[in-house]
Design a protein around this ligand. Sequence first.
Ligand SMILES: [Zn+2]
Length: 195
Amino acid sequence: MMIWCVKTDTAFLAGAIMTALRRTAAGVAVTASVLCSVDAVAGEDPQADFLARYIDWAKTIEASGQDRGTPLSSTQLELAREIGIEHPEKVRLVFVDAVPFPTHDEVMREVGEDLGFIGPGITNNAQAFGYTIWIRDGFALDRPGLAHELVHVAQIERSASFGDYVERYMQELSEHGHVDMPLEVEAYAANTKYR
Ligand SMILES: [Zn+2]
């Protein structure tokens, strides 16, 4: 993900998201009878809801991108291989008015605003959903910019699942913020390396 402006007040959400992540992980094993508060039941927590819904939605975006996107050129394929993507032939570039976000869903919209994905002054220029890279029209996708997104594709490829990656991304985002989170540090290093 590459954004021009990130809200810095995401720290307050860290606790809530971390709790949500723990609940999501434990969700299957935990029953209402062992929990003392109703709002701790997985599915009734807005943050846990957000993750589950966001992952489901993101999978539909990837499927759509596979249908409508453009395969990489030979030069781009070479870059993807150099970055370590095992299946660069699966990568698709999708150019759109705005990088998608599930604003139609009130819970996802609110958490998205808190996390700095969307909101006033925030422009998401590009984002990888699985093997599909969605790019905002008007954003010049140069070699460093493409390299950045390809690193995210490589990160997704080496994750156990797209859902696992999204969960890790949200966890890191809430703990460190966009600039300092390890997944973004690795991706931004590619902006410099592949000039
Ligand atoms: Zn990024």
